[in-house]
Design a protein around this ligand. Structure first.
Ligand code: FEO
Length: 164
């Protein structure tokens, strides 16, 4: 059985993961409106992954006999300045999620909650990948600059992303 404090923190993390899903879905909608179907696909797959992250925490609370309490999900922005701004926001957002996962891992350590510490290891590794993926695309977009053909090339690359 996990502590009340840990249960509360994981419930907050469920909300953060669901907000992440919402945020990337908002980005997908804008990319679709811009005709960038590859970008739209990438963000849609990302949104589905975030939903899976929320479900991992959801299931973990259930396994621990702790109660899931769902809270309202904030509204994400409707407009993003550019495709580059979307990925810069993605990177910034993933860094806040990493900090949040690290805070959970710190709490598990402080509470000598080895089960939760072990469960969180997957998320610690996942965040390294999430940040690296976003950083790589920010770098590509910086290189592409204003060049429309480079953007379309990147769009075709992002179209290839599939749900894992
Ligand atoms: Fe669930 Fe992108 O962190």
């Amino acid at each position: 059985m996990i502590s009340g404090k840990m249960t509360k923190a994981i419930n907050e993390q469920i909300n953060k993961e669901l907000y992440s899903s919402y945020l990337y879905l908002a980005m997908s909608a804008q990319a679709e409106a811009l005709g960038l179907k590859g970008f739209a696909n990438w963000f849609k797959v990302q949104a589905a992954e975030e939903n899976e992250h929320a479900m991992k925490f959801f299931d973990y609370l259930g396994e621990q006999g702790a109660r899931v309490k769902l809270a309202a999900i904030d509204q994400p922005p409707v407009e993003f300045k550019s495709p580059k701004a979307m990925f810069e926001e993605t990177l910034k957002h993933e860094k806040t999620v990493t900090a949040s996962i690290n805070a959970l891992a710190d709490l598990a350590l402080a509470e000598k909650d080895h089960a939760t510490g072990s469960f969180l290891r997957w998320f610690v590794d996942e965040q390294v990948e999430e940040e690296a993926n976003a950083q790589e695309i920010v770098d590509w977009l910086k290189l592409a600059g204003e060049a429309g053909n480079a953007l379309l090339f990147l769009d075709s690359k992002l179209r290839a992303r599939k749900a894992e």
